[in-house]
Design a protein around this ligand. Structure first.
Ligand SMILES: *[C@@H]1O[C@H](CO)[C@@H](O)[C@H](O)[C@H]1NC(C)=O
Ligand SMILES: *[C@@H]1O[C@H](CO)[C@@H](O)[C@H](O)[C@H]1NC(C)=O
Ligand SMILES: *[C@@H]1O[C@H](CO)[C@@H](O)[C@H](O)[C@H]1NC(C)=O
Ligand SMILES: *[C@@H]1O[C@H](CO)[C@@H](O)[C@H](O)[C@H]1NC(C)=O
Ligand SMILES: *[C@@H]1O[C@H](CO)[C@@H](O)[C@H](O)[C@H]1NC(C)=O
Ligand SMILES: *[C@@H]1O[C@H](CO)[C@@H](O)[C@H](O)[C@H]1NC(C)=O
Ligand SMILES: *[C@@H]1O[C@H](CO)[C@@H](O)[C@H](O)[C@H]1NC(C)=O
Ligand SMILES: CC(=O)N[C@H]1CO[C@H](CO)[C@@H](O)[C@@H]1O
Length: 306
């Protein structure tokens, strides 16, 4: 190929990637986390790749009507299983945008890989050559802490423990909750405590409960000095903050900006500087560190798509 053409194509690819990363994880958020299996590979132009491409390109249309979907395509041994989940409060449109970005990013950053998962600010996506539906998988959980410390951590941890242990029961065992629950309780002074938990709905109630229990253990271990924390997991999601970070929370105190939905709510707690706790134990996966969104913001592309 003409080297000039090749260079142009590379540039276009890079710009597209910036665009997708931006949509997955916009300003005021940190980069997406992605795990690519490093012990199972597919060949270029193989049936597996064709199935994967087909499946990934079909996800966004479903994401415009459904917050969670599990699907598969092809026949063994080239069958591909996939599942995405958007946080429940996210609009259909934002869910579609996030899943579109996620499916592009996962294909670009895990080339040739038969099993991968990507977590964005508002959605997550995984695929595999093995069926994982209905199987709890809390391995490779990624806890992150809000970088702002709190002056009364003992008090917060009590509220975290008390509120979340009740909230996860509701999410897991109240059928009307459908494995999603939020709760807002008073904290000290004028501060209020906001929390959100969600499981992938293919799990049994018991497995949902277990996943969220592990997530609580993860945040109480990693993040007890912080004003907020969250856990990315294959099977569930958990987050708490001292500000209204999800849509639908009643919040009067701060000037919130919901944006167009891809980004979480932002405020003075600087959630964009969220710190990843790198204790990744899943040795058959490699964790990719993508450029931070602060770097992304300097990319001229980004402004166009916000
Ligand atoms: C998935 O791929 C890995 C690596 O190629 C292979 O060892 C395993 O048997 C495959 N699993 C299924 C269910 O096809
Ligand atoms: C989309 O949703 C339909 C109906 O729920 C389902 O049959 C199909 O498998 C889904 N496809 C994808 C790619 O999620
Ligand atoms: C979003 O999707 C849900 C589920 O299909 C549907 O009930 C709802 O009407 C959709 N909302 C919009 C704004 O399209
Ligand atoms: C937050 O508190 C932890 C534990 O006391 C300390 O190690 C860390 O340096 C503090 N961070 C900031 C930004 O104050
Ligand atoms: C949370 O509360 C349970 C009892 O409800 C207790 O066993 C556990 O130690 C508490 N954890 C923390 C971090 O306080
Ligand atoms: C999360 O908690 C579980 C159960 O305590 C533990 O096995 C796992 O290593 C923790 N993961 C992280 C990343 O802290
Ligand atoms: C996968 O990659 C990680 C990190 O590079 C490494 O520690 C691990 O041994 C690798 N696993 C396999 C099965 O190659
Ligand atoms: C085939 C299959 O297991 N489909 C499940 C996908 O996940 C949804 C959860 O929303 C289940 O309801 C389906 O049964």
């Amino acid at each position: 190929m003409d080297p000039d053409i090749e260079r142009v194509e590379k540039t276009i690819q890079m710009l597209l990637l910036y665009f997708f990363i931006a949509n997955l994880h916009l300003a005021y958020a940190d980069p997406p986390n992605i795990l690519c299996s490093n012990n199972s590979n597919y060949e270029a132009n193989s049936p597996f790749q064709n199935n994967l491409v087909t499946l990934m390109s079909s996800l966004p249309s479903n994401a415009s009507v459904s917050k969670i979907s599990n699907t598969s395509t092809g026949i063994d041994p080239d069958k591909v299983y996939a599942q995405y989940m958007c946080l429940n409060y996210v609009t259909n449109e934002s869910c579609r945008t996030c899943i579109t970005a996620a499916s592009e990013v996962i294909m670009q950053l895990c080339p040739g890989v038969k099993e991968a998962v990507v977590w964005g600010e508002l959605c997550q996506l995984r695929y595999s050559n093995k069926t994982f539906l209905g199987h709890l998988d809390a391995s490779g959980n990624i806890p992150q802490q809000n970088p702002k410390n709190i002056s009364n951590p003992e008090q917060l941890i009590l509220v975290v423990n008390k509120t979340l242990s009740s909230l996860i029961k509701q999410a897991a065992f109240d059928p009307s909750a459908n494995m999603y629950a939020t709760r807002e309780v008073p904290f000290t002074g004028s501060d209020r405590f906001f929390s959100l938990v969600q499981c992938t709905t293919d799990l049994s109630p018991d497995d949902c409960y277990t996943c969220l229990e592990v997530a609580i253990a993860n945040v109480t271990t990693c993040c007890s000095f912080s004003r907020g924390a969250r856990v990315f997991s294959r099977s569930c999601y958990l987050r708490y903050e001292l500000y209204a970070f999800y849509d639908g929370a009643t919040d009067s105190s701060e000037n919130q900006m919901t944006g167009k939905g891809m980004q979480g709510k932002q405020n003075m707690d600087n959630s964009h500087q969220y710190r990843r706790i790198d204790t990744i134990g899943a040795s058959t996966f490699r964790l990719l560190h993508l450029p931070s969104s602060d770097e992304n913001q300097d990319a001229t592309m980004q402004g166009c798509f916000l």
